[in-house]
Structures are given as structure tokens and as C-alpha cells.
Design a protein. Sequence first.
Length: 83
Amino acid sequence: AVYAAVMLVAGLVYGALAAVVRAQYVADERPPGMGRRPLAINIGAAVTYSLAIPAAYVSPVLSLAMNFAVSLVYMTRWARPEA
């Protein structure tokens, strides 16, 4: 639960930073890293971490699997904007 909470906070802070950077660009001139796909992945990760926190008290193995799933998504080519 603590790991998921720390990762959730880190993800939310990163999302705030990305929103500030995104606001500096005109919509047509944004770099690929500021597109919809990375935003969707970050929102999905935040939701998963939010669900992993209470899941840790019901099933620690499920919570670890959820945390591991987010890590796997970030390691795929789908998470890379230049792919």
C-alpha cells in the first residue's frame, strides 16, 4: 500500500508538471511526448495505483500484480511517444 501511495503521488506530481509544460505549446506544435497517448497512460496508472492501495489490505498479491502491471505498461513500446 505504501509503494502504491508513493507511486500515486509521484504520478500526480508528474501529471501536474506535464500539464504546465503542455500549456506552453500551441496544440499543433506539441512534441510527441505531450500527446494523448502518454496522458492516457498516466491517467490509467494513477487509477491503477489508487485501486492498488485498498487492494493491498484485501489481497497483497493482487496489489503487487497491479503495481507490476503498471511497470510493464511503461516498459512497452506503446508508452514511448516516438514508437
